[in-house]
Write a protein of this length. Sequence first.
Length: 259
Amino acid sequence: MQPWNIAHRGGAQLMPENTLAAFADALARGCDGAELDVQLTRDGVVVVHHDFRLKADLTRKGGGWLTGAGPRIKDLAFEELQHFDVGTARPGSDYAWSHPLLKPLEACVPSLEDVVVMADRGFKLFVELKCDTSEDSADPIALADAVYEICAGRDNLIFVGFDWRALARLKRRAPGAECWFTTEKLWGDARPVIEGFAEAGGEGWFPHLADATPDNIAHARTCGLEVGAWTVNAPADMRRLLALDAICTDRPDLLAQLL
């Protein structure tokens, strides 16, 4: 069995991240699925965007790029959010330098519902509930409830996230929802953390690629968990992790060559 090829943010090194164009590209490439980040607008629409604020180097309004910190997603109504273009990196910016393969295009921040409708039933969506304890974040319970209303009854979605309050809420609303608990780089013994996910009813563990060691993977599987890793962009790391259930990458084209 080979791992699922999961396009991180739709394949963020190849297409503007978290846009419908990126997810359409991942589908066309034959990826097994895509990872995406969701947040709430002021009027309660679940939208697909990574940062809590619009990125200055990746956001234009009226043809010009934002300067300084962008507005928070939670402070904008969905209709207001549609006035921003997130399809082109500012030339010469750090973002453009670190994403050299991107081609400019026009793209709005999509709703989760638009992405769900677009995705084929066999195309996996790793939906990250983007929330934390900061004031910039949406309430994790409200976010989980809004996501549940959109996603209930679909079997091609896997819910992931660093804020486990949101995943726990989803599990209470939908015991059959598939949740893979995400972790940053861990320090020390990962086994108690892995066991905690299994005890919480999780179906998978979604670690930083450095923690996806043979011993940790074996322990997770002993606990009945599937294992994926993020964000795996170097071919050497991809080769090392081919025994995983899923590899999340900004370069699904490179992973496809290995598979």
